[in-house]
Write a protein that binds this ligand. Sequence first.
Ligand code: UGB
Length: 626
Amino acid sequence: MASEVESTAQNLSKLDIGGDSASSAPNLQKNLSLLSPDQIELAKMLLEMGQSHLFEHWPEPGVDDDEKKTFLNQVALLDASYPGGLISYIKTARELLADSKAGKNPFDGFTPSVPSGESLTFGDDNFIRFEKAGVREARNAAFVLVAGGLGERLGYNGIKVALPRESTTGTCFLKHYIEYILALQDASCKLVEGGGQRQIPLVIMTSDDTHSRTLELLESNAYFGMLPSQVKLLKQEKVACLDDNDARLAMDSHNNYRIQTKPHGHGDVHSLLYSSGLLNIWRDTGLRWVLFFQDTNGLLFKAIPASLGVSATKQYHVNSLAVPRKAKEAIGGIAKLNHADGRTMVINVEYNQLDPLLRATGFPDGDVNCKTGYSPFPGNINQLILELGPYIEELTKTRGAIKEFVNPKYKDSTKSSFKSSTRLECMMQDYPKTLPPTARVGFTVMDIWLAYAPVKNNPEDASKVPKGNPYHSATSGEMAIYRANSLILRKAGFKVDDPVLQVYNGQEVEVWPRVTWNPKWALTFADVRSKVGGSCSISQKSTLVINGRNIFVENLSLDGALVIHSVEDAEVKVGGSVQNKGWDLENVDYKDTSEPEEVRIRGFRINRVEQLEKTCNEPGTSCLKP
Ligand code: UGB
C-alpha cells in the first residue's frame, strides 16, 4: 500500500509540467494512479503539446477505467507508428496548417515545365528491346503492392484486389498480379544461364481496412501459387485527425476515449519498408530493383517488362510510369520544377495542385489540353521503379519519412475552422522530393491503352465524367483489357474485328472481342508473336481464353467462344474454323441489388451460351482443329 502511494506521488511529480498545463488537466491528475509510468509519460507529452482537451471529460477513478487505459494504448500506437512520434506529428501539422491558412503554395518559387523522358511505342524494335531487358532483370526485382486504400470513390464493400479484373475468366486482381510475377520469375530465371531459380518477393501494404481480408484471400487460395514465405504483408497504421489550426487531436464521435484516425496515404510504404528490414535483406540477396504498384490497374503488368528495361538500360534511380493525361483527369502530372534559387526536380504534381500551380506561374488557363488533345504534362500512374541501392541510401537518411501535406476543408474564408476534421497525408510518388540533384530521376511514357485502366470510380460518378475523359470504372477497366489484348493480337498479325459501342451503367464503351490470356502464355509482345501464326481472325462477338504455356494459335478463324487450357508440358496447336453462339454480355443495372456487387458495378454479366472448350491434360503435342 505504501509503495502504491509512493508511486502515485512519483507519477504526480512527473506530471509537474507547469501550472497552466497541470491545472488544465485536473481530471487526468485524479486518474494517474490507474496509469503505468509509460502511459503517464504519454499523457504528459499530450499536455505539453496542447492536448489537454483529451482528458477534460475523464470521470473520477472507478468509472470507465479500462477505457482510459485503452485510450492511452491507442496514443502509444499512434506515437510509435509515426516517424518522430506524436510530438513530431503535431508540430508538422501546426506548420502545415499555418501554411495552408496563409494560402502558401507548396511549390512556391518553382516554375513548371514539361520534362523529357523515355517515350515508348508499343511493338516497335525499341519497345521489344526494352521488354527483353526488363524480363532479364526481373529476377533482381521485388514487387510492392500498395493496397491499404478502401476505395471510397469506388464504393465497393469488399477489398479492391479481390474484385475480378475481368469477368470472362473471373480472375481477381491479386491472382492476376501474382500469376504475372510468377511468370516473370520463371521467364527471367530461364534467361540467365546458371543463375538458378529465385523467388521474386512480393510485399503488400495493407491497413486495418484491408489487412484481414487480404490475408484471408491469400490463404484461402494457397497464395495463388506463390510460396507463403515469398509474400509479406506490412500493415500501415492510421494517423490522428486534427480538429483545428492548433492541431488539437480530434475525438472519435462514437467514443470519447478514442482519437479519431484516418489513413495517412500510400506514402507510408517507404517508412514501413525501411522499418521492416526487408530492404537490406533484399540487397544482401542480390536484388537491384523495387517496383511499386497500385491495387486495381488491370493493364499494369503489360507495361512492366519494358519499363523495367528502361530503368536498367538508363540506370534510373527513380523511374515513374506515365501515360498521356487528359486535363483535369484525377491523376497527377509529371513536371519539371525549376526554382529561382537553382533547385530543379522532376516530380509528380498532384491533380488538385497542378491547375493552381500553372495559373500562378504564367499559364492563365491552368490545367488544359494542348493541341494533341492531352495535357502537355504526362500523367502519373503511380508505378515507380526504384533502384534498391540508392533507395536504401536515401531511406537511411530519412527513415522513410515522406514530405506530407494537409488539405483541410474550411468553413469559410477566414480559414479559422474546418467543416470536418483533417489529417496529414503523404504520397509514395513524393519520394524523389528529398533526393539530391545528382539522383537519376526519369520517367517512361507508355500508350494508355496498354498501361492504364484503373478501377476507382463508382458507376454514378463514372457516368458523369466529362465526355472524352476516362471513366476509371469497373466497366471501363474490364473493357480496356479486351481492347489491349485485341490490339496486341492485331499488331501480331491477327485480323481482329472493330469494336462496337455499348452503354453499361451510363457509360459508353468500346466492346472488343473478349480476349484473355494467362501470363504464362505471353509476358511480352515477342512472346505473343512467337505463339500466333498464319492467317488468324476473330469476330467482334467472340471470346478467346488462352490458359496454358505452350499453346500455339495458327490459322484460326474464330466466331464464337473458344477456351483452351493446357498443362505445363503439353504443347497444343490450335487452328481451323470455330463457330458457335459464343458468350453474350447482358446488361445489369447497378441499382439491381439482386445481382452480386462485383457484377453490378460493371453493368453487365456474361451469359455463356455456347463455347468450344478444350483441356489438354497430357504432356506431349496435340492439335485442336475443328
Ligand atoms: N493506398 C494505400 O495503400 N494507403 C492509403 O492510405 C491510401 C491509398 P487511390 P489517389 O494512378 O490513378 C493516386 O486512392 O491517391 C493505396 C496518385 O496519387 O486509388 O487518389 C490504394 O489502395 C495519383 O497521382 O489514388 O491517386 C491504391 O492502391 C494517380 O497516379 C493506391 O494507394 C492516381 O493514383 C492509390 O490510392 C492513379
